[in-house]
Design a protein around this ligand. Structure first.
Ligand code: GRF
Length: 295
């Protein structure tokens, strides 16, 4: 059970211990405070006393655990925990997911997630919101993108390779979240055929070069930039394209270019490419969303 909790809350042993201690101490504190308040009210023990006591401890509990969490160093965990409890009670998250007036996007990512972060930020900004990030799908426990999802309060789904490539295991979850568009942002696994046919022209990817050059299996990250530099290309850029069953192959939606200087290294070129990605990927998603929302 402890192992499950550790994985569920994504904490280490010490933090798990401190969280359990906070629950226990917070619970005792709110029970104690509830009894003291009732004593002050001079109420006789009976049904009314019990009902009032239950009401008091329900109201006092969040305050007590938050108070106890501060000296035990668990404030940020409990802040998020109580926020999630509140979302569940108020049904806020569910309401967001079934709202169909704007496009629901699932981001698939397994790296640091800088693109995911920009896409999320853009979905929150401006008054004319055209898409929302309903789900972050990741295949790497501990990947930076999971923390980004957590911070933004976006549900995440950690997927396993065997299940991903067997049948249509994860499709029900995508359908449950009413996903309209899948956005790959640093997701290195090939999309399985059942997912592609369930989302025709609804899966897009970003590649850090000007396709059709420098794409295909094994061409990712710095390998792409190293090849561009080794071939003395004068320009590189980004390609946003639909995903089909071949690596980096589907119809191109958008490309943007940058100059490759003679003294560029894979790292400096990667930085230029990231700037292009962060500017254009959210904008392209926004365009697609506006087209869909109008149709
Ligand atoms: C990007 O460079 C993108 O082109 C490629 O994977 C990288 C992901 O970077 N598909 P980040 O994790 O979004 O920073």
């Amino acid at each position: 059970m402890f192992k499950k909790l550790k994985a569920h809350w994504k904490v280490n042993e010490l933090n798990l211990l401190l969280i359990i201690a906070t629950f226990a101490l917070g619970g005792s504190l709110c029970g104690y405070a509830g009894r003291k308040i009732l004593l002050l009210l001079n109420l006789e023990k009976g049904l009314a006393w019990i009902l009032l006591y239950l009401l008091l401890i329900t109201l006092l509990w969040p305050l007590c655990v938050i108070l106890i969490s501060i000296p035990l160093g668990q404030f940020s965990f409990f802040k998020k925990y109580l926020f999630k409890v509140w979302q569940k009670i108020s049904g806020k998250r569910n309401r967001i997911n079934i709202q169909k007036d704007i496009m629901n996007v699932a981001i698939f990512a397994s790296g640091t997630g800088s693109n995911a972060q920009k896409i999320i930020a853009s979905s929150f900004s401006g008054s004319n919101k055209s898409y929302r990030i309903a789900l972050i799908v990741c295949n790497k426990p501990g990947a930076g993108v999971l923390q980004i999802a957590e911070k933004a309060g976006i549900p995440n789904l950690l997927i396993e390779k065997d299940r991903f490539y067997t049948g249509d295991n994860y499709l029900p979850e995508l359908k449950r979240q009413s996903i309209d568009l899948i956005v790959l942002a640093g997701f290195l696994w090939k999309m399985p055929a059942p997912v592609i046919s369930a989302f025709p022209k609804k899966i897009i990817n970003i590649h850090p070069a000007l396709l059709p050059k420098y794409g295909g299996k094994g061409m990712y990250g710095n390998k792409v930039h190293e090849s561009v530099i080794a071939n003395k290309e004068k320009e590189s850029g980004i390609t946003i394209h639909y995903v089909d069953e071949l690596y980096d192959h589907g119809e191109i939606i958008f490309q943007a270019k940058c100059i490759v200087e003679e003294n560029d290294t894979a790292e400096t070129l990667a930085q230029k490419i990231h700037v292009l990605e962060h500017t254009h990927y959210p904008a392209v998603i926004n365009d697609l969303a506006q087209k869909q929302n109008r149709s």
